[in-house]
Design a protein around this ligand. Sequence first.
Ligand code: SAM
Ligand code: SF4
Length: 325
Amino acid sequence: MPEIICFEVTNRCNLDCLHCNKIINTRPVKDISIELVDRVLTEAKPFNPRVVALTGGEPTVHKDFERLLATVERHDIDYTITTNGQNFRDTHKALIRHASRLTGITLSLEGASARTNDKVRGAGSFDRVLEAMDLCRRHGIGFGVQTVVSTVNINELEAIVALVAAQGADPINFILMRPSPRNIQEGLLLDLEAAELVEQRVGQLKVVTTGIRVDMTLGYYSPWPLFACRPLGLAMIDVDYNGCLRFCPDLSNYRGAGSAEDDNDVVADLNEVSLQKALKAMAQRVAVFWQNKIDHTAAEDLGPTDHFPCYYCLRYFNKADCLDL
Ligand SMILES: C[S@@+](CC[C@H](N)C(=O)[O-])C[C@H]1O[C@@H](n2cnc3c(N)ncnc32)[C@H](O)[C@@H]1O
Ligand code: SF4
């Protein structure tokens, strides 16, 4: 505890995906301080973290990407990176040079063909991510694939699994798309009924698929209101590009948040306080969260979307004020 330390290393990105729920490239663009990463990892040692997860924005566009990798590697802890793979021809060399604790990378893909994937991620992105898979294979870099389930790809989940299995990916992980004004406007958001069925569809795929693990990130429908995800169990912490400890990686810098409330999921500024102090602040915030949810549940004050844990949190942290949830 924390088992996973997530660093959102930049708010810059080389794509502008239609489904994306992160505010990218619009604010003053910023990359995380490598000295802060170094200090947090030093202070995390007594907590025995299992893995560091690098994400963003697009983590590979961090202005000092190689030094960032070298710093993480020096701490002798497993690490992974989630990337869109668009500049992999350049960046894979740095990953190879710092691969001693790299457990694999995750490439994001939104469809089984250029037609569907590029509708969400932009022209040419399918070919480039397939090239990234090819480079991984040739250089022995293990890779998985992550797909955000939306109206664009809901009918090709099987085809996506077949495609990425043929490319040598393992695992394939599906995520239910979290809403943002733009992805709603673009008609990408599944209705609640279809969203509930995704878990079943992925469950069936798990059973019939061989040779590749099929997973689904938590956040889908749960009949149990007191459902505990990783951040709520202090098993995963998130440090953003400003060096702030955030309540959850999926809530920070959220596209769709009202500007005034945007940062109310900031738990502590690690430029100012130690990790120990920040974790204690997180424990307190989690306790308040549970008390609040218990009260709402006991008062039968939960709506249908509240059974999707991420939707509940979006509302709790005022990230959904311009969404009709
Ligand atoms: C924010 S991106 C950062 C890493 C990198 N830029 C990428 O796209 O892989 C991390 C993951 O979040 C996913 N993601 C983006 N928007 C999402 C949304 N609205 N709901 C759920 N996941 C989303 C992306 O597809 C990607 O797999
Ligand atoms: S999903 Fe990733 S690649 Fe796409 S815009 Fe968001 S951060 Fe960039």
